[in-house]
Design a protein around this ligand. Structure first.
Ligand code: GLN
Length: 678
């Protein structure tokens, strides 16, 4: 028996119906989406692979027991077993299979990041921070990109498991810990929230409040918590009455919680490492920071005990006295140097950024480390001041709250979506990682993640919150369906949104084609009035051919008014009188377009997710094209196999009478022809 026959025999849509009767449609669709090659069970390796493709890992704390159970289980999983497995994984496994995690198309996302990594790798410009030996001695070639989404999907490439000094990347977190402990109002009395426009180690302080006077020293505060003065200040505010040892331990544990460490130490994440040598060097060479600390002391803003002047222990000496330094300032500096000298991996930092993106809850442990309100108060300051004196330019260009450190790390927060860390130690003149900035640039160029991207429609940049096929469907589907249905109102709205009404689908069919085929004269006039040009479709057919085929004379006349030479389309239809299978209509029209895009691009993951969501594989579009037509025409063999094994009928006919096999023949897709003609 040939492969197709075998598949067709064992499998049909009725199998799905049986499953649905056995459980709910939700579980049934989910299981069915993973069934391959006509079996009533699913393959364990494939199940695992689907989870990995979604950005989940077997090391994931949340999936520990699911993977343990899977390890002990045989190769095949039946329906009941599958339901118990997904229950073990909580909603997580289910959401992953249905493409409902923060970044639904994690494979495509990872592939694009891989590309960005490869493009940026050759960039060796910039230089290491050289002010202390432990920073000057790191390997300058290191380069890693890590991303953690708010659902805990993880991408890692390059050096993302090596420890490096977090340096200034600690600043947003110090600020948030201070706010958590004291409340925003109190913290605001000690540090401003204004971009400084100055170097990070500048000694200038800001006169607080409108109309404040520079004559009263207590009116002066650091510009913001992202410059050194502000960070020393916020550090000084965290548990000032405890010993420096206890303070550092406390802060280190807070950082730990942010990156997924838990007290019980079951999550597999360690506390950030403390590099004492680094801290001592920071202290040894930290004159500027020390000066800053004393300046802050002079303004009276670092909490201190206001103790009485200690007794003179040199009472007997005429000149000798004990030089007094208020310990509050040295302690604040000591803790600040220590925090800068904490070490994390790129993956840890991405997790920390993801915790901020996730409103203060660590995506993996679900530990609420800080309140949503704190996050909401911290991010604007990171956004406007996080990248030193290039913060404004960075905001305009990248549009994401970001913080860099002289250790070579840079973290970016995409609120409600993900945390990103890029690590590469060579810095530019301002002190930002050169490769880090370049990666950030490329990410915003590729993806709609800039804070103000919501105000623009851009069909070239990808929305990472959507499956890639859905994103493509969005760029054209609505307009084409509207044109096909004579819905001028919708088209007007799309015009006002600056949407491209010339954009075609997987067959380069455009709104003009469908309006012409369906005799929608008003739509044709409207589109031509908007300056939309008729373009040829996959078969070389212009909209005028659609009008001719369907005898819409007035539309033909409209096109004849234009000075364009129209070619005739080439449609090949064999055995037009043979059997015809039914396709189905599905009321979520955009999902149908999504399905066909996924099929065209051989995106089996996308197909699987749509089947898991209950989309019938044999749904047809406005031209009666089905997923199998598209997979066949594009030579997408995996997609063809997936569709057939999920009950897609073979003899469906499109608007022109062509079956998927006709399409494969016309486009000379040999493998598909072989497979379909078995
Ligand atoms: N430890 C460094 C300092 O205080 C941190 C500076 C930075 O990363 N920009 O100077």
């Amino acid at each position: 028996m040939g492969e197709v026959e075998q598949i067709k025999k064992a499998k049909s849509i009725s199998q799905l119906e049986k499953l649905k009767a056995q459980a709910g449609p939700r579980e049934a669709n989910l299981f069915y989406s993973l069934c391959e090659n006509g079996q009533n069970t699913i393959d364990k390796t494939q199940f695992k692979q689907a989870l990995f493709d979604a950005g989940l890992s077997s090391l994931d704390y949340r999936l520990k027991s699911l993977f343990e159970k899977l390890e002990k289980h045989g190769d095949q999983i039946n329906f009941e077993e599958f339901m118990s497995f997904t229950r073990t994984g909580g909603l997580l496994a289910e959401k992953a299979l249905r493409g409902e995690l923060a970044v639904p198309d994690f494979r495509d996302f990872s592939r694009n990041l891989d590309k960005i990594y490869d493009e940026v790798l050759p960039n060796r410009s910039g230089d290491l921070a050289r002010y202390i030996p432990p920073l000057a001695e790191v390997d300058p070639e290191q380069f890693g990109i890590a991303v953690v989404t708010t659902d805990g999907q993880i991408y890692q490439r390059g050096d993302t498991n090596v420890d490096f000094s977090i340096q200034s990347m600690c600043k947003p977190f110090n600020y948030s810990f201070a706010i958590e402990n004291l409340g925003l109002e109190k913290v605001n009395r000690h540090v401003g929230v204004e971009p400084s426009g100055r170097q990070f180690d500048d000694l200038t302080l800001m006169v607080k409040g409108m109309g404040g006077s520079s004559l009263s020293p207590n009116n002066k505060v650091p510009f913001n918590p992202m410059v050194n003065a502000g960070a020393i200040m916020t550090t000084g505010l965290i548990n000032p009455r405890d010993t420096t040892n206890d303070r550092l331990q406390y802060i280190r544990e807070q950082f730990g919680r942010i990156i997924g460490w838990n007290k019980e130490e079951t999550s597999g994440v360690n506390l950030p490492r403390f590099n004492k040598t680094m801290a001592r060097q920071e202290n040894f060479k930290g004159y500027n920071n020390i000066a800053t600390g004393f300046l802050l002391m002079a303004t009276g803003n670092i909490p201190y005990s206001e103790s009485l002047l200690p007794d003179d222990i040199h009472e007997d000496s005429q000149y000798e006295y004990d030089f007094y330094v208020e310990p509050a300032v040295t302690n604040a500096l000591k803790v600040y140097f220590s925090i800068c000298s904490l070490e994390m991996t790129g993956k840890d930092v991405a997790m920390a950024a993801a915790t901020l993106a996730n409103g203060g809850v660590c995506p993996i442990t679900q530990d609420r480390v800080m309140s949503q309100k704190t996050v909401r108060n911290v991010l604007p300051v990171v956004q406007t001041a996080g990248m030193y004196n290039s913060s404004g330019q960075f905001f305009q260009e990248i549009g994401l709250p970001s913080k860099s450190g002289v250790g070579g790390g840079i973290l970016l927060i995409v609120p409600q979506l993900m945390g990103i860390c890029i690590f590469s130690p060579r810095l530019d003149l301002v002190g930002n990682s050169v490769r880090g900035i370049e990666v950030a640039r490329k990410i915003t160029k590729k993806y709609l993640v800039h804070a103000f991207d919501g105000t623009m429609t851009d069909t070239d940049r990808i929305d990472p919150k959507l499956p890639i096929a859905r994103w493509r469907a969005n760029s054209c589907g609505e307009a084409i369906w509207a044109a096909s249905n004579g819905d001028v109102r919708t088209l007007e709205r799309l015009v006002s949104q600056q949407r491209d009404l010339e954009a075609g689908d997987y067959d380069i069919r455009t709104p003009l084609h469908l309006a012409s085929a369906e005799g929608q004269l008003e739509v044709v006039k409207f589109l031509l009035g908007q300056g939309v040009k008729p373009i040829p479709d996959r078969w070389g057919g212009y909209p005028i051919s659609d009008a001719r085929n369907n005898n819409h004379q007035e539309i033909i006349d409209e096109f004849n008014k234009l000075n364009i030479e129209y070619t005739e389309p080439v449609h090949i239809v064999e055995e037009p009188e043979g059997i015809t299978d039914e396709m189905v209509t599905f009321d979520n029209e955009l999902m149908v377009i999504e399905l066909l895009f996924a099929a065209a691009e051989n995106d089996v993951n996308g197909l699987r997710q749509l089947v898991a969501k209950g989309v019938p594989v044999h749904a047809g579009d406005y031209d009666s094209r089905t997923a199998l037509h598209l997979a066949a025409a594009e030579g997408s063999l995996q997609a063809v196999k997936y569709l057939v094994s999920h009950g897609h009928p073979l003899n469906v006919r499109d608007r022109w009478g062509a079956t998927p096999l006709d399409e494969a023949k016309r486009e000379k897709r040999e493998e598909v022809i072989d497979f379909l003609s078995q």
